[in-house]
Design a protein around this ligand. Structure first.
Ligand code: SAH
Length: 253
């Protein structure tokens, strides 16, 4: 089972059902599945389904409960998010640090809650005091409050990245092995030599290169093309240009 199933995302008293939908989408995009809604204003709701854009299963399986304490039952690590520092200083993490801590806990099969607050007022001090750590997304200091679903997206993304690194799974799209891939192989040294011969002859044909006064032109061009790491496909293009140039001036090669 994917260990990210041990992470529950808790949204406290969300006003806009669209934000619940957008959060559900973020969860599913990032491989999480447990959404817990503490006293949402409107849920279930068509706007939530619309904004979930296909993450309906997350909404259907979401638990709706009446208090944060209930949402945190069984959790070993509680991470609360807040846009601003509160009166009593608390251990604060940025999203990357929080994801690393979460992964270290997942390695021990610990259950984790990520808690997000109300759109207008965030989490209360009492709610934040229930969290082991506070997570702050570094933002514009004069405009630091993100949309709650955007905050969910950032946290779940960092979690997914940390998870992929832990599992040594790729964090970049895998390239397709195909004919296209073949074309992207570097061209071989012998092909390059044939190209230089073709180029030199063409430059002579168009009177750009005087074979009696070559002035290191070919050496300079070799240096130039040598830097380009020409692929098979690009080599075909260059050879095609030379062939057409020769045709245009009525020369055989
Ligand atoms: N005025 C509220 C902001 C609420 S934004 C406040 O100052 O807390 C709604 C929720 O989105 C927050 O409770 C938090 O869960 C999340 N959020 C928004 N901006 C954030 C930030 N910069 N860092 C961490 N969480 C943030």
């Amino acid at each position: 089972m994917n260990p990210l199933f041990l992470v529950r995302v808790v949204l406290v008293a969300t006003s806009h059902p669209g934000n619940i939908g957008a959060a559900a989408r973020a969860l599913k995009n990032m491989g999480l599945s447990q959404l817990v809604l503490v006293t949402p204003k409107h849920f279930p709701d068509t706007e939530a389904i619309a904004r979930a854009s296909g993450a309906d299963d997350i909404l259907q399986n979401a638990t709706v409960i009446s208090s944060l304490d209930e949402a945190l039952i069984g959790c070993h690590l509680v991470l609360g998010t807040s846009a601003r520092a509160r009166q009593i200083p608390w251990p604060i993490l940025n999203p990357k640090e929080a994801a690393e801590l979460a992964i270290n806990n997942l390695k021990k099969q610990h259950k984790i809650a990520l808690v997000f607050g109300r759109e207008h007022a965030g989490l209360t001090n009492e709610e934040l005091e229930r969290c082991h750590y506070h997570i702050q997304i570094p933002a514009n200091k004069n405009f630091s409050s993100l949309n709650v679903a955007a905050a969910v997206q950032i946290l779940t993304y960092e979690l997914q990245m940390a998870y992929l690194q832990w599992q040594q799974l790729p964090t970049k799209m895998q390239k397709q092995e195909s004919a296209l891939e073949q074309n992207n192989l570097p061209c071989t040294k012998d092909n390059l030599e044939l190209f230089y011969q073709h180029l030199e002859q063409t430059l002579i044909n168009i009177h750009f290169l005087d074979p009696n006064k070559p002035k290191h032109l070919m050496a300079r061009l070799r240096r130039l093309y040598g830097k380009a790491q020409i692929t098979k496909l690009e080599m075909n293009i260059l050879r095609g240009i030379l062939t057409e140039t020769n045709k245009a001036i009525g020369s055989k090669n």
